[in-house]
Write a protein that binds this ligand. Structure first.
Ligand SMILES: [Zn+2]
Length: 450
C-alpha cells in the first residue's frame, strides 16, 4: 500500500479545536493512518513520499455545498444550456487548486448517469442535489429550460435521491427568483438584443430593483428610479421607462411565483425523502424560507449574505432561521475579487461577527466566485472569526449538515479518508498541496496532470 507522510505541519483538523503544532500525518492508501508529533524525516525510511509541510498549515479538503457548473448537464436550476465538458472540468480544476475536494452540484437537473461520467473524468468528489420537483421544473421551463433534455425532465427529485442525490437544491435560484442570475445573464442579454448596448450586471441589477424592488413585487415600480438606472447604464434615449419595465418584468415575474411555491413543495419532498433541502435565501424569498424553517425538514439557507439583503435584515433573518434549527450558509460570491454584484465584505463580516454562520460555500457569481480560503483569510484578518471555527464551517460542519455529501471526510483523524490541503498560514488561499483519497492531485498550487 502506498504511504505518504505530510511532515511537520500545523494541523487544523476541521472539528473547530485549536491547531496542533508540528505533527506528521501518515496516509496509507486512501486513509489517514496516524497523526503523531513530528519525527525526523529519516525515521520514515521506507515510505513512498514525504511532503515537507514545515511552517505550513494542514486542513481537511474543503466541502463546498453550493456550486454550479461542476457536473455535466443543464446549468443552474433554470435548466440553462449545459456548459461544454471542458468548462466543467476547468471549473472543477479551479475548485481543486482552491483546496476544495468535495462539491455539491446544485444545478438541480443533472442526471445520475451524467454525474457518474463527471466523476470518472475528475478527482474532485462531485455530489448531486436535485431541484426536479413539479413547480421547480415549471419555473425552469418558463425562465429558460434551454438545456433540459427529455432525460433531464424525467429524472425527478425522487429518482435522484434513489440514485444517490444527497439533497434537494438549489430550490429557487437567481435565475428563477429574480436574483443574481437575472441580473448577470437574462436582463443584460435582452437589453443588448433590443438596444445593442451591453450593460453590466450591477447596472442590470439597478434596473431590476428600480422596476421590482429588492423583494420582487410589481407594486414596487419606481419611475424616477428607473429613469435614473437607465441614465446610469447609458440607456437614456435608447430604452424607454415602459420598455425597461416590460423587459425586467417579462424576465423575472413569469417564473417568480411558481418558483416561490416550489420552495415549500421541495421542502415537503425533502422531508419525505429524508434529505436536506438547500434553498436560495435572498430578500425575495426570505418569507417563504422562514416558513420552511418552522417545519422539521433539514433546511440549508443558501448564501444568506445575498447582496439583495440589507445588512441588518440579513443578520436578523439568519438569527431567526438559526433559532428555528436551520443551517445558515454564507457564500463567498464575488465579494473580494470581481465585485460585479457584491459590493464588499461588510455583510459577510457582520454575519460572522453575529455568530450566525454554520457553513461557507462559493456559489457561482457568474463564474467569478472567490475562493473559500480567501474569504476565510480576509475574515480572520478582520478579526470576525477564528481559524479553527472558519475551517470547520468549510469542512466538518458541511459534512454534518448534509449527511451523505462527504462520509468519512471533513475531518483529519485516523480512519478518515485522506482529503488534505497544505497551505500557507499567512495567506490561506495560497494552496500548495492537495490530496484526494490519498493521492496528490495538486503540487505547488498546480494541478497534477496524470
Ligand atoms: Zn442562489
Amino acid at each position: 500500500m502506498r504511504t505518504i507522510v505530510l511532515h511537520d505541519g500545523d494541523l487544523v483538523d476541521g472539528t473547530g479545536t485549536d491547531p496542533r503544532r508540528a505533527v506528521d500525518i501518515v496516509v496509507a492508501g486512501d486513509t489517514v493512518r496516524e497523526i503523531v508529533p513530528s519525527r525526523p524525516a529519516d525515521a520514515y525510511g521506507t515510505v513512498d513520499e514525504i511532503v515537507d509541510a514545515a511552517g505550513m498549515l494542514v486542513i481537511p479538503g474543503l466541502i463546498n455545498n453550493h456550486t454550479h457548473g461542476t457536473a455535466y448537464g443543464p446549468l443552474f436550476p433554470s435548466g440553462h444550456e449545459a456548459l461544454p465538458h471542458e468548462q466543467v472540468l476547468a471549473n472543477l480544476d479551479r475548485h481543486l487548486v482552491e483546496g476544495t475536494t468535495t462539491v455539491l452540484c446544485v444545478d438541480g437537473f443533472v442526471t445520475a448517469e451524467a454525474l457518474a461520467r463527471t466523476g470518472e473524468a475528475h478527482p474532485v468528489n462531485v455530489r448531486l442535489a436535485s431541484c426536479n420537483t413539479p413547480a421547480c421544473l415549471a419555473a425552469a421551463t418558463i425562465a429558460d429550460g434551454g438545456g433540459l433534455t427529455a432525460a433531464n425532465r424525467a429524472f425527478t427529485a425522487r429518482d435522484a435521491v434513489r440514485a444517490g442525490a444527497v439533497a434537494l437544491g438549489e430550490i429557487g435560484a437567481g435565475h428563477t427568483l429574480g436574483g443574481g442570475g437575472a441580473s448577470y445573464m437574462y436582463i443584460p442579454a435582452e437589453v443588448e438584443r433590443r438596444t445593442g448596448v451591453r450593460i453590466t450586471p450591477r447596472q442590470a441589477n439597478g434596473l431590476k430593483v428600480a422596476v421590482l424592488g429588492r423583494h420582487i413585487s410589481a407594486s414596487a415600480f419606481d419611475r424616477d428610479a428607473v429613469e435614473e438606472a437607465l441614465a446610469g447604464a447609458g440607456l437614456t434615449g435608447r430604452l424607454s421607462v415602459e420598455d425597461a419595465r416590460e423587459i425586467v418584468s417579462g424576465i423575472v415575474l413569469p417564473a417568480f411565483d411558481i418558483a416561490l411555491r416550489g420552495l415549500a413543495e421541495a421542502a415537503g419532498q425533502a422531508r419525505a425523502a429524508g434529505v436536506p433541502v438547500l434553498v436560495h435565501n435572498a430578500a425575495a424569498s426570505m418569507t417563504q424560507v422562514a416558513s420552511i424553517a418552522r417545519t422539521d425538514v433539514i433546511l440549508i439557507a443558501g448564501h444568506s449574505n445575498h447582496s439583495s439583503f440589507e445588512l441588518r435584515e440579513a443578520v436578523e433573518h439568519a438569527g431567526r432561521l438559526k433559532e428555528m434549527g436551520a443551517i445558515v450558509d454564507v457564500s463567498t460570491l464575488d465579494t473580494f475579487g470581481a465585485q460585479r454584484l457584491t459590493t464588499g465584505p461588510e455583510l459577510l463580516y457582520a454575519m460572522f461577527s453575529a455568530g450566525v454562520v454554520d457553513t461557507i460555500s462559493t456559489d457561482y457569481a457568474g463564474g467569478h466566485h472567490d475562493p473559500i480560503l480567501l474569504a476565510i483569510d480576509r475574515s480572520i484578518k478582520a478579526g470576525v472569526v477564528s481559524l479553527p471555527a472558519a475551517v470547520a464551517m468549510a469542512t466538518a460542519n458541511v459534512a454534518d449538515a448534509v449527511p451523505g455529501v462527504a462520509p468519512r471526510r471533513g475531518r483529519v483523524a485516523p480512519g478518515m479518508i485522506a482529503d488534505l490541503v497544505v497551505t500557507d498560514p499567512a495567506e490561506l488561499h495560497h494552496v500548495g498541496t492537495v490530496m484526494v483519497g490519498g493521492e496528490i492531485v495538486v503540487r505547488a498550487g498546480q494541478r497534477v496532470v496524470a
